[in-house]
Design a protein around this ligand. Structure first.
Ligand SMILES: [Zn+2]
Length: 383
């Protein structure tokens, strides 16, 4: 071992020319066992850090190596109608410092995006880190090529807004923008990989985010299908018989959204004389065992299953993963499962697991962390 091989390895990692042990062995011409020895010494001396696993090398996954002492983080934010969840993501695609604040999405992009940049700066200062970019998940259709919001029904004032452009008023840093359900679908796999250390075994799956609204995505070969202009994955505006002639925000009537979203469940309960002030209160009342609330949430799950049944029959996915706030109530997931088993062929359902999301309400943040780690690592090359 000599210092010049150590410097060679550090140089290759810092310039991102080689970030795994296998790549270092190829690039330096040194034996793999020699590289392992050098890397172990550099890790021990705090000159290198280990990041997430490589996903796209085709071979056995290996740890990504990073130059040490990186304070760079991406601010990852999921915007809802009334709330923003946010946290910091590191180069290895891990999420930390998750917190939330109340918003009103109807205040429009200027106010909301400015608030988000301010919150990010506060969080970076508190945690001794530095914001190097942003990942933003939105509760409406997003064209992922441009980051433009396309005809959202729940985001007044946002239609046509190209979010990375709007962000430039406050920040020149890179910005990733995606639909919340689609990035949540990727996040479910990223979370399972990060917590189990193994590749996600989900196969091809449908992911549904059920909260104040309902969004979905189909993940095939590890990638969510985006569809034309990023519009794939709509389940909330699928008409269901129980929706009757209830008017929907999209202009149609009888959409799933009118009876199965957390907001419409609360509206229905209010009509029955039970007023709950927030979606959190709805979930808490269900978890406290209120039969009236649990029955209503189960019925929402049944209707979600009805809306999904054609898609499940057509695609025969390996799994249907239910995320979002409503997934905290087992009866909701049970309702979806019941409907799908009643409506789809047994031969299909034998191979389709209907499960609750493991990443829960953090799945979008994990998906954004995976997406932003790309530019954090690219920046590392010039650090
Ligand atoms: Zn609708």
């Amino acid at each position: 071992m000599n210092r010049s091989s150590d410097d060679d390895v550090l140089g290759l990692v810092a310039s991102r020319q080689a970030t795994t042990r296998a790549a270092l062995a190829r690039q330096t011409g040194l034996a793999p066992s020699t590289i392992t020895g050098i890397v172990n010494r550099l890790l021990l001396n705090g000159l290198l850090e280990e990041g997430g696993d490589t996903a796209s090398t085709g071979g056995r996954p290996g740890s990504i190596l990073l130059p040490a002492n990186s304070r760079e983080r991406a601010l990852v934010v999921e915007l809802g109608a009334h709330r923003a969840r946010f946290g910091l993501a590191d180069r290895g695609g891990r999420v930390s410092h998750v917190n939330r604040f109340d918003i009103d999405i109807a205040e429009g992009p200027t106010t909301i995006l400015r608030t988000l940049v301010e919150r990010g700066e506060e969080l970076a200062e508190r945690s001794g880190t530095e914001i190097s970019g942003y990942g933003i998940a939105l509760p409406g259709p997003v064209d992922p090529q441009t980051g433009t919001v396309v005809g959202p029904s729940r985001m007044p004032g946002w239609n046509g807004c190209t979010v990375p452009e709007a962000m430039r008023e406050w920040s020149e840093l890179p910005v990733v923008v995606e639909n919340d359900a689609r990035i949540g679908a990727s996040g479910e796999s990223a979370y399972r990989r990060a917590t189990s250390g193994a590749p996600s075994a989900l196969g091809d799956y449908i992911y549904v985010k059920a909260g104040s609204g309902i969004g979905g995505a189909f993940v095939e070969n590890g990638a969510p299908r985006r569809g034309a202009h990023g519009l794939a994955g709509d389940v909330t505006h699928v008409p269901v018989p129980a929706g009757g002639d209830r008017p929907c925000q999209c202009g149609n009537t009888g959409c799933l959204d009118t009876i199965a979203s957390a907001e419409s469940i609360r509206r229905e309960l209010r009509a029955q004389g039970l007023a709950l002030p927030s979606n959190d209160a709805l979930i808490e009342t269900a978890l406290d065992g209120s039969a009236q609330v649990v029955t209503m949430i189960r019925s929402a799950g049944v209707n979600l299953g009805i809306a999904l049944s054609h898609t499940v029959s057509f695609l025969a996915p390996d799994a249907v993963i239910i995320g979002g706030t409503l997934s905290a109530v087992d009866a909701f997931v049970g309702g979806v499962r019941q409907s799908l088993h009643e409506r789809c062929l047994q031969s299909v359902m034998e191979h389709t697991a209907v499960e609750k999301s493991l990443a829960g309400t953090d799945s979008a943040l994990w998906g954004l962390a995976e997406a932003t780690s790309v530019f954090l690592n690219a920046r590392g090359a010039h650090a």
